[in-house]
Design a protein around this ligand. Sequence first.
Ligand SMILES: Cc1cc2nc3c(=O)[nH]c(=O)nc-3n(C[C@H](O)[C@H](O)[C@H](O)COP(=O)(O)O)c2cc1C
Length: 186
Amino acid sequence: MRILAVSGSLRAGSHNTSLLEAAVEAAPEGVEVALWEGLGDLPIYDQDLEGTDLPDAVRRLREDWASADALLFATPEYNGSVPGGLKNAVDWASRPRLEAPLTNRTVAVIGASPGQFGARWAQADLRKILGIAGARVVGDELPVTRAHEKFDVNGRLLDVELSERLRLVLETLALEAAPAAAAVAA
Ligand SMILES: Cc1cc2nc3c(=O)[nH]c(=O)nc-3n(C[C@H](O)[C@H](O)[C@H](O)COP(=O)(O)O)c2cc1C
């Protein structure tokens, strides 16, 4: 079971990227989590670029997301919602409509912010957007509050309970994605 982890932040010291790095460590047996790093390379969605002139970065996005058994998103919250770059990636991955990488793809959403709410609004919006784009959104939100206190200076997770919650998120995601993964393997 291969899960691709997508951070909505491009920032070098991103708490959301650190959260996904912690997910790599917390993965249960039989589950491999790999970070996807193409977000910052994507052009702004433009329907005129669909077709033969599809940009390389978009081609990579579609191949990478389509070949994963499941996707785990960690989103920051910008002005009460999903960062524009992450929404842009979802828009690219929602096309072409009948063979889009997000169609029936099993996904889960987590998120971190330094405040008291743990990017709850962004997670709710991302779940909505992913669902409309055709993905199967599974599991609950995981709002990581006061994120700046949860990691050391090297971005390593300090909170054992949070590591356990990450493991549970991955277990649910892997369980939900297993039938589709088995069908592809057959
Ligand atoms: C443009 C912008 C808007 C923001 N808006 C919110 C917000 O609405 N709610 C919130 O909790 N944090 C907000 N923040 C703070 C982010 O949660 C914080 O910068 C966080 O660390 C970003 O995630 P990252 O560490 O993964 O980069 C905002 C930050 C920026 C740069």
